[in-house]
Design a protein around this ligand. Structure first.
Ligand SMILES: [Zn+2]
Length: 111
């Protein structure tokens, strides 16, 4: 299945907006050598842990929020593609095992 990254990005964006809201979601196709990739960036609210630095990985609570949302974003993206008869493009990681990886980046930004 060879759905262009532009179309994959639009499918994934539509699905993520339903969960996270239009103003919190940005999904774009990669550029240049990453043009087959899809890059999703999602803003989520602060877990009220008391952190005040605006960076990811501030404390254990933030880290868990980050990981949970990243899994959720990946799940939503996978389901949306499947529902549209598409799938992620993949590459083989240079990890000694040729592990097949999705060309999909899910970034979580904690507000
Ligand atoms: Zn925190």
């Amino acid at each position: 299945m060879n759905t262009s990254s532009k179309i994959r990005a639009s499918i994934i964006k539509k699905a993520l907006v339903k969960t996270y809201g239009r103003k919190n979601v940005s999904v774009i196709k990669g550029r240049g050598t990453a043009s087959s990739w899809v890059e999703a960036r999602v803003k989520v609210s602060n877990p009220l842990c008391g952190c005040n630095e605006n960076v990811i990985g501030r404390c254990e609570t933030c880290k868990n929020v980050f990981i949970e949302h990243r899994h959720e974003i990946e799940k939503i993206a996978n389901e949306a593609l499947r529902a549209n008869g598409a799938e992620h493009s993949t590459f083989y990681a240079d990890d000694g095992y040729n592990t097949e990886m999705n060309e999909f980046l899910a970034e979580v930004k904690i507000n």
